[in-house]
Design a protein around this ligand. Structure first.
Ligand code: ATP
Ligand code: MG
Length: 468
């Protein structure tokens, strides 16, 4: 599995949920183990303690309570190899008789039942890992300590330490592995939805997300999304149909009206009436222009054109554009300077890219004063993306209007006396967006600098794919 996929799986909500469940299960297992351990330990301790208690009672009842009698009783028990541990200490703490060397300091702490091991400084036989017992003070000042072999307690401790590690470790490992696989499978479905959405956004409206037929929540979500996409596609087709109908039904009569106006103009001998016809033709041209621009915009905004994208070399395209507009600019005594690096490959639609540059260059010529030069530059930026800039020496656009001028039909007051529809930059913005290019405006002190920055492309494949 690729590394980013593993990282994404680990960071996913599904894995975090599984981790939380695992931690809660682990805590539950710890609590249950602790309760079972406590119950088992208490039972074993109870059995050991009662054995010690009855032995204490037996020794006390067998003897008359004198030191010698008790010593004799202990001797008997030791000879009988009862398996218990005894120590009779005199008032000075000296061991009088016994098979375990509980020291004077230790014995003081044994007034309650305690489990002792070699770690407490005892010399225990090899087969005994621990003893448990308590000391009682006799009337004559001696101290009698009796203990029972407590190997079961040690075995219980050991058993629980291992099982605890195995249980908690097992829950953690199985829980996390389960969480990881659950996250990975959820992530695969999410990735599938993401990549399908990206394809749809890139213009392939017919793309649908694959259902796996499991009818789980993901599958149901995918079915709903696919149904929604079907509906959107139908609506888009309807919009397209309406646009086409408008284009056909309205543009044809307008074109016929234009022809009639031309004919009428030719037939009229009166120059004043001819001028009126000219004005009318101009208005019809403007309406036809708005229609074409609106239809073009609608077409671009569906983003379906992306499916026909090719590698285009912008270097000759920008050069040609500079050459073409030199003549137009010269009429206004403006010189166009073109500085182009080559090659400059972008992925896109050549005709649309041309249209985008034409609109901006036309603005630069239209809105800059007579005799002011225009500079068109195209280069490869440090990130490896193509950058194109068109700079003029006109009035520029105030920063507060930078966003607004990209909207449809927006024209600034300063340029109202110039012909235009206010759709040029809206078209530019739509084309730039279709190509993933960022568009920005800057002050040219004075004038406007329009900068396009295309996404980074793989320069290694340019030689074979990039078309002039
Ligand atoms: N280079 C420029 N210098 C100054 N103002 C500009 C420049 N380019 C655009 N503008 C302003 O932005 C407005 C919108 O430009 P846009 O190209 O969208 O429309 P237009 O040029 O008015 O009409 P058309 O649709 O015919 O291009 C313009 O009307 C003008 O006010
Ligand atoms: Mg314009």
């Amino acid at each position: 599995m690729p590394k980013p996929m593993i990282l994404r799986a680990l960071r996913s909500k599904a894995f975090q949920l599984a981790l939380q469940t695992t931690i809660i299960s682990g805590l539950g297992a710890v609590i249950i183990s602790a309760v079972i351990y406590y119950a088992a330990e208490t039972t074993i301790k109870g059995q050991l303690d009662s054995a010690v208690k009855s032995e204490q009672a037996e020794i006390m009842s067998d003897s008359s309570g004198t030191e010698a009698d008790i010593e004799a009783s202990i001797h008997d028990e030791l000879n009988d190899s009862s398996g218990l541990f005894y120590a009779l200490l005199g008032p000075s703490g000296k061991l009088l008789v016994g098979n375990v060397d509980v020291s004077g300091a230790l014995i003081k702490k044994l007034n309650v039942y305690k489990t002792l091991t070699v770690r407490n400084g005892l010399n225990l036989p090899a087969h005994v890992s621990a003893i448990r017992g308590m000391a009682i003070k006799l009337d004559n000042g001696d101290v009698l300590y009796i203990a029972e072999k407590a190997n079961e307690l040690m075995a219980l401790n050991e058993f629980y330490s291992y099982s605890f590690l195995i249980l908690v470790g097992g829950i953690l490992v199985i829980g996390m592995a389960g969480g990881f696989f659950a996250a990975r499978s959820a992530l695969r479905r999410v990735e599938m939805i993401t990549s399908a959405s990206q394809e749809i956004m890139a213009g392939n409206l017919a793309r649908r997300i694959d259902e796996d037929g499991s009818r789980d929540e993901f599958d149901r979500l995918i079915i709903s999304l696919n149904m929604m996409l079907d509906r959107i596609q139908v609506l888009m087709q309807n919009v397209q149909q309406v646009s086409n109908d408008i284009s056909h039904d309205l543009r044809s009569p307008l074109a016929r009206l234009r022809d009639s106006l031309e004919d009428s103009k030719l037939m009229t001998p009166d120059p004043a009436t001819g001028a009126c016809f000219d004005q009318a033709i101009e208005q019809v041209d403007s309406v036809l222009g708005i229609f074409s621009a609106m239809l073009r915009l609608a077409e671009i905004e569906t983003q379906s054109m992306r499916t026909h994208f090719l590698s285009v070399d912008m270097a000759p395209l920008v050069e040609d554009m500079g050459e073409t507009f030199k003549v137009v600019a010269a009429a206004d005594h403006k010189i166009i300077h073109t500085q182009v690096e080559a090659p400059l490959c972008v992925t896109g639609d050549r005709e649309l890219l041309e249209q985008m540059l034409v609109n901006v260059i036309e603005n630069a010529i239209l809105y800059s004063p007579l005799g002011k030069d225009i500079v068109i530059r195209a280069w490869l930026n440090t990130a490896g993306g193509v950058a194109i800039e068109i700079a003029d020496r006109g009035p520029g656009i105030p920063v507060s209007e930078h966003k607004r001028v990209l909207q449809r039909f927006v024209r600034l007051d300063a340029s109202r006396h110039n012909p235009g529809t206010g759709l040029g930059l809206a078209l530019v913005a739509a084309i730039a967006d279709l190509h993933g290019a960022a568009i920005s405006f800057a002050d040219n002190h004075p004038g406007l600098r329009v900068l396009f920055q295309f996404p980074t492309t793989n320069t290694a494949v340019w030689d074979t794919t990039c078309k002039a």
